[in-house]
Design a protein around this ligand. Structure first.
Ligand SMILES: Nc1ncnc2c1ncn2[C@@H]1O[C@H](COP(=O)(O)OP(=O)(O)O)[C@@H](O)[C@H]1O
Ligand SMILES: [Mg+2]
Length: 329
């Protein structure tokens, strides 16, 4: 049976002055799936989700959410979606319960019904114990769960979560993942953005990889990973000069060697087979770190864009290039 389309995105575009933040993207999200936009900071994920959830108006293009246009039927779209923005919105001075209750009232529920809705959303997000505490005393994970509770109080068909686990520890992150899976289980279509490849990998039915306002690849995590063949061996060396010399030395025996973000990357069919020879070639070098990476979404991203997903890496590149420049001059 063909999947039913929940969101149909057609040439969606956003300009901020001269910057083309989202550049004519088109894709479909199926009903009841978890769909991730994966990309580094500045890729255009928040802008895309903001347009789909009617918080920002597209410059060009359109999208239908359950048949409603985000340009022409904005009120109808708002009724059937829930949004958890990147910048959290709960009121610190209020209790968790009162925040959710306020949301229920904003959606038009009154009296007992509003209270029942709020209670149910709190229960769904496993916040009963903290419901009557003020939000200022919540941990990061609890705040995130509260925001999700606030976004689902009106039983939306589609929920948008912008970087739902950013800054959380591993345990809180896993808790949020479980709750997102629970949303899917009750039939909600979930669209999330993330720059964590593990999050996209573990949680999503399908992933759209985004970079510089474009979707550079779209598919299930397995489909995307199957594009990468073999292993990658990453090497950190003592200095940029070592990197350059090691690259030359390794290239004699290995065909696919490159420098990415200041590290050497050797692509091999099998790391186990390549290792003895590689170690021999590196014997006279100051190798600080050697890491074997099996195909993952980060590697897919690197392969497609030539740069990494994480902020630290682009910062490293910057520092590295400056260092190289200083050494040359
Ligand atoms: N309100 C805005 N005004 C001007 N530029 C913006 C605005 N919001 C985002 N941008 C720029 O648009 C690009 C995409 O940003 P964003 O959608 O926030 O990306 P992401 O969520 O993937 O980090 C970035 O270059 C960002 O600086
Ligand atoms: Mg963002």
């Amino acid at each position: 049976m063909p999947a039913q389309v929940s969101i149909d995105v057609r040439g969606l575009t956003k300009r901020y002055g001269r910057l083309l933040a989202v550049d004519h993207i088109s894709f479909q999200v199926y009903r009841g799936e978890v769909f991730s936009l994966l990309g580094p900071n500045g890729a255009g994920k928040t802008t895309t989700v903001s347009m789909l959830s009617t918080l920002r108006m597209p410059t060009e293009g359109d999208a239908l959410v359950e048949g409603y246009s985000i340009v022409r039927d904005r009120t109808a779209v708002r009724r059937i979606i829930g949004v958890v923005p990147q910048d959290l919105t709960a009121d610190d001075e209020l209790t968790g319960f009162d925040n959710v209750l306020l949301m229920a009232r904003l959606h038009g529920y009154r009296g007992k019904e509003a209270e029942e809705r709020a209670k149910e959303a709190i229960r769904f997000m496993e916040l009963e114990d903290a419901a009557n505490r003020r939000v200022m005393y919540y941990s990061g994970g609890m705040r995130r769960r509260l925001e999700i509770a606030m976004s689902v109080v009106h039983d939306p068909q589609v929920v948008f979560l912008d970087e739902p686990t950013v800054g959380l520890d591993v345990q809180s992150r896993r808790h949020i993942w479980d709750l997102i899976r629970r949303l899917k289980k009750v039939g909600v279509t979930v669209v999330l953005t993330t720059h964590y490849m593990e999050e996209a990998d573990e949680l999503s039915d399908r992933v759209a990889i985004m970079d510089h306002g474009h979707i550079v690849a779209l598919g299930s995590p397995d489909e995307l990973k199957s594009r990468i063949k073999g292993d990658r061996i990453y090497l950190k060396l003592g200095s940029p000069d070592e990197v350059r010399r090691a690259l030359e030395a390794i290239s004699v025996e290995f065909k696919d060697v490159s420098e990415v973000d200041g590290q050497l990357v050797v692509k091999v069919p099998s790391s186990a087979d390549a290792m003895p020879q590689l170690i021999k070639l590196l014997s006279s070098f100051d190798v600080r770190e050697l890491r074997v990476v099996r195909p993952n979404l980060e590697e897919v991203f690197l392969e497609l864009t030539g740069h990494g997903l994480r902020d630290e890496e682009s910062f490293d590149t910057f520092k590295f290039r400056r260092l190289m420049g200083a050494m040359r001059s």
